[in-house]
Write a protein that binds this ligand. Structure first.
Ligand code: 3PG
Length: 307
């Protein structure tokens, strides 16, 4: 009987855990739960016996992977897998997967929660603004970007997207206007929502020169990763453009500067909350367990990310 360790510092909703256990038990897999651990060393200790792991933003470092002597597969229940040491996994014969699309709607809804909160001045009683008739730029048109576009149209926004990996015709088919360059997206849109992954090419790629192209009343929404922002450039933008606001799902490293100097022009979630809904937890969690079972039973590696 194989053991699946659900190692989540930020726990899944109880309903998701129950459904993950039921899905595993149907096929005679055992599930162990390891939640809200205090240190990375605790995670290293917890993985000793498991055959498979489900994680979220938990750090699957070389140390974790090497400590998991029986580990054959690790599934990141979510989209971004920058938290897995892919090389270490490959070197130790461990397949790494993600579950693309399963938590996308939850992230997209948070984009609008934060935008409305900011447009209404944090509900402080002062007159705010509306999203209707504003331009929204979607930076990377993947699973989350598509949901953002769909919701934005309900708000009456004009939606633009930049994504060199997606065919223009697919973007147009969603009623979204494709643009040819990142610069054009930022020049055109008062609101920009980031959906790029964090990798060697994108880290610190959102810089002052790009942000400063945005029109008056600019708002950058980051539900991607804090690492894609050049924080020196972000602070320069905050200093030089008093019309600019920054909304982010998880605070930047320079959050203390925002707290000191830019009151009313930012919002940061205290914990990463984009994917934290019961629906997203159920979707991503069950999908992760099913992918593990399909891998062991049929050798299915469809969502492998470390080939
Ligand atoms: C993702 O990459 O899927 C999101 O950032 C969600 O991360 P979380 O599972 O840690 O909430």
């Amino acid at each position: 009987m194989k053991t699946i360790l659900i190692a989540t510092d930020k726990p899944f909703a109880a309903e998701a855990v129950a459904q993950m256990k039921a899905t595993a038990q149907e096929k005679d897999y055992t599930v162990e739960l390891f939640e809200k651990y205090a240190t990375q060393a605790d995670l290293v200790n917890a993985v000793a016996e498991c055959d498979a792991m489900v994680i979220r933003s938990d750090k699957a470092t070389k140390e974790v992977i090497e400590a998991a002597k029986n580990l054959k597969i690790i599934v990141r229940a979510g989209a971004g897998y920058d938290n897995i040491d892919l090389e270490a996994a490959k070197a130790n014969g461990v397949v790494a997967m993600n579950t693309p699309g399963q938590n996308s709607n939850a992230v997209a809804e948070l984009v609008f929660g934060m935008m409305v909160y900011q447009a209404r001045n944090g509900f402080d009683g002062k007159s705010g603004t509306e999203l209707r008739n504003k331009n929204l730029g979607i930076h990377a048109y993947g699973n989350v970007g598509k949901y953002v576009a769909m919701i934005a149209k309900g708000f009456g926004m004009t939606v633009y997207a930049f994504d060199p990996f997606v065919d223009e015709s697919a973007i147009k088919a969603d009623g979204v206007i494709p643009v040819a360059s990142i610069e054009e997206l930022y020049q055109t849109c008062q609101y920009v929502s980031l959906h790029i992954p964090a990798n060697e090419k994108t880290k610190k790629s959102i810089n002052y020169d790009l942000l400063n192209k945005m029109p008056m009343g600019a708002v950058l929404v980051n539900t991607a990763r804090k690492e894609v922002i050049d924080e020196d450039g972000l602070l320069k933008m905050m200093d030089s453009r008093s019309d600019f606001s920054y909304l982010s799902d998880i605070a930047p490293d320079c959050a203390h500067v925002f707290a000191e100097k830019y009151s009313g022009r930012f919002f940061f979630t205290p914990k990463k909350m984009g994917a934290q809904t019961e629906e997203a937890n159920v979707n991503a969690g069950i999908t992760a367990v099913k992918q593990i079972i399909a891998f062991f039973e049929n050798g299915d590696e469809t969502f492998r990310v470390n080939k």
